[in-house]
Design a protein around this ligand. Structure first.
Ligand code: FES
Length: 124
């Protein structure tokens, strides 16, 4: 049996659910989201890129990441968006979750996509 492209895509793409309008996130800030009992952090950078992560700092488990400090840095010649934990300032890449300034576990990320002003979060 062969599958067409749409069927293959449906099998490999995670399901997404609407979470909020993109205009509800202020540029340069994060917002906390409680979804199905999970505490998440949504971010909108000043460049209007959108990211979602766990709200828990990977280092201590403190529920603070939505109040972190958004920024960016150059890694291997590429500009990447970052979030710094507001407590001890460990800096995490928002594209991979890797910690850039300490030997800490990665920040768990979730796919967040924007379309027609709507933000869609990968189902958790
Ligand atoms: S609580 Fe996040 S880096 Fe210490």
């Amino acid at each position: 049996m062969s599958l067409n492209f749409a069927e293959k895509t449906m099998d490999t793409m995670p399901a997404f659910a609407p979470v909020c309008r993109s205009e509800e996130l202020e540029p340069g800030w994060g917002e906390a989201l409680l979804l199905k009992g999970a505490q998440l952090a949504l971010f909108r950078t000043d460049a209007n890129a959108f990211y979602a992560s766990s709200h828990h700092c990977p280092t201590t488990g403190a529920k603070v990441m939505a109040r972190g400090i958004l920024g960016s840095t150059v890694v291997d010649g590429q500009l990447v968006a970052t979030i710094a934990c507001p407590l001890h300032k460990e800096v995490y890449r928002l594209d991979t979750g890797a910690c850039l300034n300490a030997d800490s576990p990665a920040l768990p990320l979730h796919q967040l996509i924007e379309g027609d002003g709507q933000l869609w979060l990968e189902q958790i």
